[in-house]
Design a protein around this ligand. Structure first.
Ligand code: BES
Ligand code: MN
Ligand code: ZN
Length: 496
């Protein structure tokens, strides 16, 4: 979809479809909607007064203009009650309008951006583009039948009246495009099947991103990781025929900027290994690299936005499969930190590969470490698929995440990391076990990881729930969501 900006006003602009928004009545029409209504001799007001359009949130009404204004059609979209309006609803409204337009088979539309409530043109443009692009996302890479029936919106023209407004709209649209494109690429990786999205493919993607955006990249083979002492990562990787990769991507290396380490779980398929999972819904476990996708695409967005931070993205990538070479319950692994772990379940593989990745991240002396992982089914039970589990060892970093969460609508909720739970992980033969009790499973996963970050401020985001959804939301189609990219980019943009 091509987005361009033009200096024009809604009631004078000729196009296939003009998009207009209205708050729920009795709120009066404002801005471009009001101007079109005046030019159209009160036609919109009449429709509203007759009760045919109420302005309820996401209500859509398509109108034919018959030459009353230069636009051929108008789509009137409801924003709901004005006092309840916020940017989350705005992103949703953009998506819902965009999908209505696409489903109607219309390929081009325009929309004049004008201050709304307390929101300025730039943030409205950014969030309009974000909601629109994310809402119009579709994953059709593997569909070969009836491809001619796939509908797409080809062009959006954002209109601005004054030069200053055009400038702001352009800036907002640019940022929204960068961020939402990154989320869509993350979704493609998550939706991509395990036989395509292998550790090798993740490494290739990372190399491509590094090359295009002058980042440093290092891809370690499993043998190199083993030589370095990553006994936990290599144990998980050893059961698979598909070569594991330990990927390290660096943006703004050596510029003396604050360092933030981003660590993403990159299990490209989680069968559970020898502790094999039930086959019911096992196909969903192709999403077990959602943390890796979020880290990779956050780095891409950060570099395209030129965020002034030194970022290190660390992605341990491997399958988790059973085989004659696979690691087993009872095995004792020596992690890169030197601590030993007794394997109780080979299905608690995420924390093992992350343990070595977290220890590795300490070499960069980061100001903060953030890991993202589809770590526990328990988190889905506790918080469902709307919410990221948020655990950490330091207050201010957790606060920052919560602020970014508030702004982006990627909800996160804290769980405690109290030491009492560590007792459940005591082992008779090693320093600790990789599994505690079924109860408090997410907290226990977090406690395990906390043993590998020393005193560095760290946050663990358990994205097992929101990484993949079964029912569409206003701007998130069902399937892989790319959760975490927007949250992290916001955090990094606001870093101080
Ligand atoms: N990738 C899974 C977690 C998961 C499960 C994510 C369901 C999304 C939906 C993870 O590797 C796993 O298998 N965790 C185990 C941990 C347990 C063995 C301590 C789990 O949650 O059952
Ligand atoms: Mn598992
Ligand atoms: Zn897993």
């Amino acid at each position: 979809m091509n987005i361009r900006i033009e200096k024009a006003i809604a009631e004078k602009f000729s196009c296939e479809l003009l998009l207009l928004f209205a708050f729920e009545s009795p709120e009066p029409l404002e801005g471009p909607t009001q101007n079109v209504d005046l030019t159209w001799k009160g036609f919109l007001s009449a429709i509203i007064n007759q009760g045919d359009f109420k302005g309820e949130l996401f209500e859509n009404r398509l109108l034919h203009t018959q030459g009353a204004i230069p636009a051929k059609r108008v789509l009137l979209t409801g924003l709901g009650k004005k006092e309840e309006f916020d940017l989350e609803k705005w992103r949703g409204a953009a998506a819902k309008a965009g999908r209505f337009i696409r489903d109607s088979g219309i390929k081009q539309f325009s929309f004049q951006i004008k201050r709304l409530k307390d929101f300025q043109e730039e943030e409205l443009a950014e969030n309009f583009v974000t909601g629109l692009v994310l809402g119009l996302y579709q994953f059709n890479d593997f569909k070969t039948l009836e491809r001619e029936k796939i509908k797409t919106v080809e062009e959006v023209i954002l209109l601005g009246e004054a030069d200053q407004e055009i400038q702001s709209i352009g800036e907002g649209a640019r940022k929204g495009t960068i961020i939402s494109d990154s989320v869509c690429i993350a979704r493609n990786l998550v939706n991509g099947p395990g036989n395509q999205v292998t550790p090798t493919l993740l490494a290739e993607k990372a190399k491509q991103i590094a090359k295009d955006h002058s980042m440093e990249i290092q891809v370690m083979e499993v043998s190199e990781a083993a030589a370095m002492g990553m006994g936990a990562f290599t144990a998980v990787a050893q059961g698979s025929q598909e070569p594991g990769k330990f990927i390290v991507l660096e943006y703004n290396k050596g510029k003396g900027l604050d360092t933030i380490a981003l660590v993403g779980k990159g299990i490209t398929f989680d069968s559970g290994g020898i502790s094999i999972k039930p086959s019911e819904s096992m196909e969903r476990m192709k999403d077990d690299m959602s943390g890796a996708a979020a880290v990779l695409l956050t780095l891409l967005a950060a570099s395209r936005l030129q965020i002034p931070l030194h970022l290190v993205g660390i992605i341990p990538a491997t399958e988790n499969l059973p085989s004659g070479k696979a690691y087993k319950p009872g095995d004792v692994l020596k992690t890169l930190s030197g601590q030993t772990v007794e394997v109780i379940s080979t299905d608690a593989e995420g924390r093992l590969i992350l343990a070595d990745a977290l220890t590795y991240s300490l070499r960069y002396k980061p100001k903060a470490i953030i890991d993202l992982a589809t770590l526990t089914g328990a988190c889905v039970i506790a918080l469902g698929d709307h919410v990221i589990g948020l655990l950490g060892n330091e207050e201010s970093l957790q606060k920052k995440i919560e602020e970014a969460s508030q702004k982006t609508g990627e909800k996160a909720w804290r769980l405690p990391l109290w030491d009492e739970y560590f007792d459940y992980m005591k082992s008779d033969v090693a320093d600790f076990r990789n599994v505690g009790t079924r109860a408090a499973g997410t907290i226990i996963g977090g406690i395990f990881l906390s043993k590998f970050v020393e005193k560095t401020p760290w946050v663990h985001l358990d994205i097992a729930g929101p990484a993949f959804i079964e029912k569409e939301r206003p701007y998130i189609p069902k399937g892989g969501t790319g959760v975490g990219v927007r949250l992290l980019v916001q955090l990094l943009r606001d870093w101080r």
